[in-house]
Design a protein around this ligand. Sequence first.
Ligand code: ANZ
Ligand code: ZN
Length: 818
Amino acid sequence: MDPLYQPQKIEIDTQKYWETHQTFKVTEDPNKEKFYCLTMFPYPSGNLHMGHLRVYTIGDVISRFQKMQGKNVLQPMGWDAFGLPAENAAIQHGIPPAKWTYQHIDQMRAQMKRIGFGYDWSREIATCDPQYYRWEQWFFIKLFEKGLVYKKNSIVNWDPVDETVLANEQVINGCGWRSGAKVERREIPQWFLKITDYASELLADLDTLTGWPEQVRTMQRNWLGRAEGLKIQFPVYGSPSQIEVFTTRPDTLMGVTYLAIAPDHPVAVNQSTYNKELHHFIEECRGIKVAEAELATLEKRGMNTGLEAVHPLSGEPLPIWVANYVLMEYGTGAVMAVPAHDERDFEFAKKYHLPIKQVIAPSEGQKHDFNKAAFVEKGTLVHSGLYNDLNYEEAFEKILEDLEIRGLGIRKVQWRLRDWGVSRQRYWGTPIPIINCRECGAVPVPENELPVTLPENVIFEGVTSPIKKMPEFYKTVCPKCAEPAERETDTFDTFVESSWYYARFACPDQHEVMFDSRVNYWLPVDQYIGGIEHAILHLLYARFFHKAMRDCGLVSGAEPFTRLLAQGMVLKDGAKMSKSLGNVVDPQGLIDRFGADTARLFLMFGSPPEQSLEWSDSGVEGSHRFLKRLWHFVFQHLNTPVDVPIQESQASSIEAKTLRRQIHETIKKITDDMGRRHTFNTAIAALMELLNALSRFEVTNKADYEIVREGIEAVVLLLSPITPHITHALWEALGHKRAIIEEPWPKINESALIKDTLIMAIQVNGKLRAQISVPVDIDRATLEKLALAEKNVGVHLENKTVNKIIIVPHKLINIVAS
Ligand code: ANZ
Ligand code: ZN
């Protein structure tokens, strides 16, 4: 054993060992419990950053721990390889996106190998590989046939100078990122997936996901946004039309003082043909695409249409306003405004001097100033005529009843969730497998013509997707009528690829069908790990895909991910480590200087995985010092053997017993920390304490030496999921023939955990066969069990039956057997 800890050499050697032994390649073994551990695959940007390093280390530690538990562990890796950065690089530097992407994949794969992640590389997937996306195209056609796909006009960002559609990220302050031209809104036909068909199930099944953080489940619930309310009709004066509103607060109906409609609402658009000012206002609102999140804080703007609606119960006239805070995409695109009880309406009414009418009373003793803010809580009705004194539920039902009589209201469950628009007018993505025929409309590409391959050798002229200008790509014939037709040149949103990759890892080499039976062996993913930024969309889309794939008979089970861990950010000086802030620490430098094990140890030691981790140079150095100390300690131990035999009569000392207890308490704690709690930081702290205790312990005889050896082996085994290289080398130095990666997790010796012990002799038919250490106050049943569990006792009981067990308290146990 080298007296010096040399991480670079040890790490490369260990990685070679794994490579030649194909240590992480797994096959399906029905006799072994499987464990599928998946960390969200990266976009191949070219370099791993510290956040990557942290999340992939978490996954690797969990995988290695589970392998040591005897499970058949699958830990795959792949590349979310389509997307805008490759396309932007092509536009700016003329490199074809495919070439750029594959180069970056090679770079990142090499980095991952250098950090020692235990991936089954034989299952690597790149989503830009036609062998991958062909099954996505195939599945899209299945969804098309099932009626879960439709085409609808929807709005995109149009750059009038570059004559192209821009992704949201390419619009900077309302202008095209390259041309600088003011971006316009255009309506073009786009493909949608009917995720809303699954809204109820996506909501209900959240309750079964008990292995997910509560926060993520709440975020998904809010995104789905199930709301129970009413749809209410407001007739328009002097017009046959009615304005329909959706409200969750019908109890406030008598407090409505105006109607607010979206700028895109047909009544607004129609009215603007007579009203220039209104027309201008609507155009202005349309120029700004409002994200839903901004609605609350948006500066409220509006204009009176001059039209009036009729209150459905009181018959009073209500002005109709166009308001920028009303979304056409939600509910009916119209709101019955109740300024006294809704914050947005309140702000708007204040600004435009509209009446504020209180209809809900704050509870007794609760003070509320209706001049300052809306009162949004539920309560007892006031100033509501017939409905006075009713509570929320009573008012809801009574008002519904009265509206129903007039045919002006119905109960309605509204969802916030929208269908998923999957068309992108970008080049670097999966071609949408549709052929547009003048006669037959949109026709799916026949199965035997899949994949529709994206041409990879392309040159960008300007920003437009090259395949939109490639007749050799888009010119084709209609599969139905054989007339000339054109292929769809839009590509899929890259969220489509990441919605099903987890299942494809089960059988990435299967080229006949999307999935084979292996998918049922590996799914669901037992542990999924990734950033909280994917808490909503990615996870919701993947859950939707799983259910849709199940309904096509492709997978089984209702949910794809049993447990979810959302890791925290890596911070430096309290801010997110990011390029834009210029505070990144490059993992490569760290590895060059200290080795991968130090980096892994620091990242796991700094904080529990769900919390943010503050970068610290001294923390890294401390981690490195610990590994050096461990190395030296093992070296010294191996080079100073103690052979003084223990005296026959000499019981081991109190100190020795205490140390042994600490060893087994540490095993017990770390088993729980790593397996159940995922608190790797406290596990490492306990290991550091154990190493301290081992170093302090004075070895005077062979028995002591053996206990220290037991302690060292425990430390090395327990640490091996976190720092797999140094522990590989140490295990070998400790004289083991089998590599540590093949070793099982250390076992807890229950009797070593026992406090205040005494030694009792165990006899079989009067002959001493063993000695055990037990608590002074042990009960008879436990004592008998412990005695019978002793190995040597078992040997002497072979083929015998126990007739009687005689116990002389605090002295001996005699097992009488024949
Ligand atoms: C009257 C009312 C009174 C409302 C009150 C709220 C409080 P959730 O619960 O999020 O589903 N709303 C309806 N359609 C809208 C749209 N297209 N754009 C903006 N706001 C819209 O929200 C339902 C409530 O949001 C509805 O209930 C409506 O305002 C508003 F004291 O109606 B409410
Ligand atoms: Zn046709």
